[in-house]
Each structure stands twice: as structure tokens, then as C-alpha cells.
Design a binder for this molecule. Structure first.
Ligand code: ASP
Length: 319
């Protein structure tokens, strides 16, 4: 039986800052993404198609830092990173610093399927997506008023004018999905706007295969969230695969060790993972992580904090 896990980033809003509406909107966004991914797996589809479908839904939702709702860089522009990996043959595709692709994960998929590259960046990524006939948009499509406020507060911080410390949610976020399909295949996908006020041209861990995204059949599929520089230096996603593959560690032990390493680095971090038997893990060291899962028994759950992870009663009916 298949399983699916998604995340909407470890840069969550402190509980007190949520309105009932924004809290519900984030939960609904997670539920919709689970439905989109599970619709593929429930009809016997491939893990790689399920993670793409789930990440497209999260990119389209304004609550999360990817696609529509992505953060702004230091110049006030959006530069988007995304990756996808199919565990069957360890094929992978990624894009970095793209500026005009509506759904960056779709472009990553095309890089994997229709090019001889793994990673395309900047103008080259945009041109390739256009060539492939993907939906292209103006920068304004990605911008929300909330992200503009976050950018202004980052400017104020730079000028030493900030009275309240910026929250994790103002700084970053990411979306991702990992899946195990009926045939036992694994896949992972991740997409992000990166960090608010990031340096122009800065690329995070998301599109770096083995850092923020990795999948290998029979071993594990991983998608990470947190300050990418730490994940790149640790090679986090591949490190988890190596612990499982070479050291025979369980999924729970390997993922907990990866988070412990990042905690030692003082990095707010989270990840989702599924192993070659369909077991899932979603550890994080932050106050919350937007996340959701469908386990082999078909039970779907979403949550943001440690104590609000709850079953979605309406899930099967909503498919
Ligand atoms: N990992 C992302 C990056 O560094 C940000 C995040 O996950 O919050 O670009």
C-alpha cells in the first residue's frame, strides 16, 4: 500500500500570530495538496507523479513560500528553486533562480524527462520552461501583500529600525512531498522561494540533489526545509540515505540523527521522509512544520504544531 507525506516548510507562524482564517487556510492548503498527490497513488499511479501533483498544489496556494506566495529577494524580486527525483533509476531534475515559471516543480520534472541536464539556472531555466510550453507568468503573479510586508520588515531590520524580531515565517519556508507507490517506487520533490531578502543569485538546498531533495528506491525519499546553507554543507538528504543504505539504520534513527546534526548547527530544520517499506517520518526542531501524511491504511492527517496533527475525516470523500 502506498504512502505520501507533504510539508509546507518549517518557517511556521507563531501560534499567536495566526487568525482563525489564516490557520484554516493553511490547513486546507495542506489537505488539498494531500488529495492531489493521493489521487495519483490511489489509482495505482507512480510516486513521481504523486509528488509533482502535491507540490503543484502547494505552489499554487498563497500560504506557502513557493510559486504564488513566494518570498522576495534583496532586490524585491522572486527567484525560485525546485527539484524532483525519481527513485527508480535515481533520475533527477532541478531549476534554480527561475523568475517566470508558474510552477517551478513542473520545470524540474521537464529537466529530468526532456533534457540531458540535472540542474538548469536563471535565464536558462526560464528559457527551457518556455521552450517546453510550460505556463509562464510575470513576477507579480508570485507576489502577495504578506510577502511585501515581510520584505519591508527585512529592510527595516537592515536599517536597524526593527522593534520586534522577525519570525521564522517572515524569513523562509518551502514546500515538498515524498511518496511510496503501490509498486514500491520512491520519489521526492521540493520547491521554494528561498529566504526573504536573500542575496540576488543565492541558491539554497532545495534544487541541490542530495542536500534538500533525494530519492532512491529501496532506501528513502527525503525533502528538507530550513536554512539551505546548512543542508548543503551537511548533504542532509543523501546523508539520511547513506545512514539507511550503508549503516542499516532505521528511518526513524537516520532522520532523527540528521535533525540532531542541524540542531547542533543551531539551524531551525525539518524534513519529511519515506523509506523502502513505506514507513514515514517528519521530524523538525522548530516550533512547527506545516505537514500532512497519508499512511498505508489510508488515514490522512495534517498539522502545523506538535499538538495539532489530526486526522482529516473528510479525506476519502473529498478525492
Ligand atoms: N531551504 C530553503 C532555502 O534555504 C528555505 C526553507 O526551507 O525554509 O532556500
Amino acid at each position: 500500500m502506498a504512502s505520501l507525506v507533504i510539508h509546507g516548510g518549517a518557517g511556521t507562524i507563531p501560534r499567536a500570530n495566526f487568525t482563525p482564517e489564516s490557520y484554516q487556510a493553511a490547513r486546507d492548503g495542506l489537505a488539498d495538496a494531500l488529495r492531489a498527490g493521493w489521487a495519483v497513488l490511489a489509482r495505482g499511479g507512480l510516486a513521481v507523479d504523486a509528488v509533482e501533483a502535491a507540490v503543484v498544489a502547494l505552489e499554487d496556494h498563497p500560504s506557502f513560500n513557493a510559486g504564488h506566495g513566494a518570498v522576495l529577494n534583496a532586490a524585491g524580486d522572486h527567484e525560485l528553486d525546485a527539484a524532483i527525483m525519481d527513485g527508480r533509476q535515481r533520475m533527477a531534475g532541478a531549476i534554480a533562480s527561475a523568475r517566470a515559471i508558474r510552477n517551478p516543480v513542473r520545470a524540474a520534472r521537464r529537466v529530468m524527462d526532456a533534457s540531458d541536464c540535472v540542474l538548469l539556472s536563471a535565464a536558462g531555466a526560464d528559457a527551457f520552461a518556455r521552450e517546453q510550453g510550460l505556463d509562464m507568468v510575470e513576477q507579480s503573479y508570485f507576489t502577495t501583500s504578506l510577502r511585501q510586508q515581510h520584505w519591508l520588515r527585512a529592510e527595516e531590520e537592515k536599517a536597524g529600525l526593527l522593534k520586534r524580531e522577525r519570525s521564522e515565517a517572515e524569513k523562509h519556508g518551502t514546500v515538498g512531498a515524498v511518496a511510496f507507490d503501490d509498486a514500491g517506487n520512491l520519489a521526492a520533490a521540493t520547491s521554494t522561494g528561498g529566504y526573504t531578502y536573500k542575496r540576488v543569485g543565492r541558491v539554497g538546498d532545495t534544487p541541490i540533489i542530495g542536500a534538500g531533495t533525494y530519492a532512491s528506491n529501496g532506501v528513502v525519499a527525503v525533502s528538507c526545509t530550513g536554512l539551505g546553507e546548512y543542508f548543503i554543507r551537511r548533504g542532509t538528504a543523501h546523508d539520511i540515505a547513506a545512514r539507511i543504505h550503508y549503516a542499516g539504520e532505521s528511518l526513524a534513527t537516520a532522520t532523527a540523527a540528521a535533525i540532531a546534526d542541524l540542531t547542533e548547527d543551531k539551524c531551525g530544520a525539518g524534513l519529511i521522509a519515506v523509506d523502502g517499506m513505506g514507513n514515514i517520518a517528519m521530524p523538525h526542531n522548530t516550533e512547527g512544520m506545516y505537514r500532512g501524511s497519508v499512511t498505508a491504511d489510508g488515514v490522512a492527517s495534517v498539522g502545523i504544531y506538535v499538538d495539532d496533527f489530526a486526522k482529516l475525516e473528510s479525506f476519502a470523500a473529498g478525492l
